[in-house]
Design a protein. Structure first.
Length: 365
């Protein structure tokens, strides 16, 4: 019989961090898990402290609460003991998510943003070609040009001609509009696995990455259950699942509507889901069928995938479960859109999404 085996929790303490910083790391993680319930988080922290002695005699949970209020992470309503998280808390969660998921990704060397389009761009490529009139001076590869001059003209008297010059092709980066769809159906917390928290962390990290590294890009976040709706980036840490089915159709329709209003040439949809589509709206009623792949729901979803293909909007699906019906759906869905699909563990989800995001930041012709 399969089950869960629990080991003793030993909290990690980062060298050089204060007691407040160590507790803040745990606090931010718990805020994301509880959907922003500060009272529940403080109760959990107190129990963790009681069981694992994460504080000491010099600094306790009470001191930590006072520091949270003084530093602007918490507000107390009317002095009645009810706490509410602030916008600063949400911002700190997004920053910590960025560090946790993309922390090892530094500004890399040249040529990371590959594209089939070359010209005067802002990323140096690896291809070389002869100099042509109009090429920018900074494109000239001096090392290669001097080598050519020595080969063509000999070593006796140095002579550099136009025919010796080589230029480095540069790659063209463009602005990209991305819509991230997050499944919030009930299965995202079923089966003893919390799937929504890693999905939220990835969304927050991606939002912070775009804000800091690609400020001209746009990111819109959609959640979908029985219906689909757009949420603000600041509300991501407090996102919770509900007793919903999976209405992928509503999510795609809303994503297409958002991207239709975006003026960027590059548009893409990322979809994080753990289940096949099981719901669609017909008039004012919901048509639901969670047993297998319902042809009515399935065909409508494939039609939308084909529409996105005609609009040159690739859809990348990230499966965070290995359900056979989900695999069958994603296979057909990806073929209809000519997009991409990945099965990813929750731990590796952030890396896979970043790599695909980076690869798709290119001009399409």
């Amino acid at each position: 019989m399969k089950g869960y085996r629990f080991s003793k929790y030993i909290p990690q303490k980062t060298a050089g961090q204060s007691a407040f910083d160590n507790l803040l790391n745990i606090f931010l993680q718990l805020i994301s898990i509880t959907g922003g319930d500060a009272g529940e988080v403080l109760s959990w922290l107190t129990n963790l402290d009681k069981q694992y002695n994460i504080t000491n005699g010099n600094y306790g949970i009470g001191d930590f609460i006072e520091d949270l209020k003084d530093k602007g992470y918490l507000t107390e309503q009317n002095g009645d003991g009810k706490f509410q998280v602030t916008d600063k808390t949400g911002q700190e969660i997004r920053k910590s998510s960025l560090e946790e998921i993309f922390g090892k990704l530094k500004k890399s060397g040249k040529g990371q943003h590959k594209t089939s389009f070359s010209g005067i761009g802002d990323e140096t490529g690896t291809d070389r070609r002869p100099f042509e009139f109009g090429d920018a001076l900074q494109q000239i590869s001096m090392t290669d040009s001097i080598r050519n001059a020595q080969i063509n003209n000999g070593f006796g008297e140095f002579k550099l001609t136009e025919n010796d010059l080589e230029v480095i092709e540069t790659e063209y980066k463009t602005q990209t509009s991305t819509v991230l769809m997050i499944d919030i159906s009930h299965s995202m917390i079923l089966y003893g696995e919390d799937r929504i928290t890693p999905a939220k962390k990835v969304a927050m990290a991606l939002a912070e990455l775009i804000k800091t590294k690609y400020p001209k890009d746009t990111l819109d976040v959609i959640v979908f259950g029985n219906d689909a709706w757009q949420i603000e980036i600041k509300d991501l840490p407090y996102l919770q699942v509900g007793p919903y089915h999976t209405n992928t159709i509503a999510g795609l329709e809303l994503a297409m509507d958002i991207l239709r209003r975006r003026k960027n040439a590059n548009k893409q949809i990322f979809m994080i889901t753990d289940g096949k589509p099981t719901c669609m709206k017909v008039g004012i009623k919901y048509y639901k069928n969670a047993f297998g792949l319902d042809p009515k729901i399935f065909n409508k979803t494939l039609n939308l995938a084909s529409q996105c293909k005609r609009l040159q909007i690739p859809i990348t699906t990230f499966m965070i479960a290995s359900d056979p019906y989900l695999k069958e759906f994603v296979k057909e869905f990806t073929a209809a859109n000519n997009g991409n699909a990945y099965y990813s563990s929750l731990k590796g989800l952030g890396h896979v999404i970043f790599e695909d995001f980076k690869r798709n930041r290119r001009k399409r012709f």
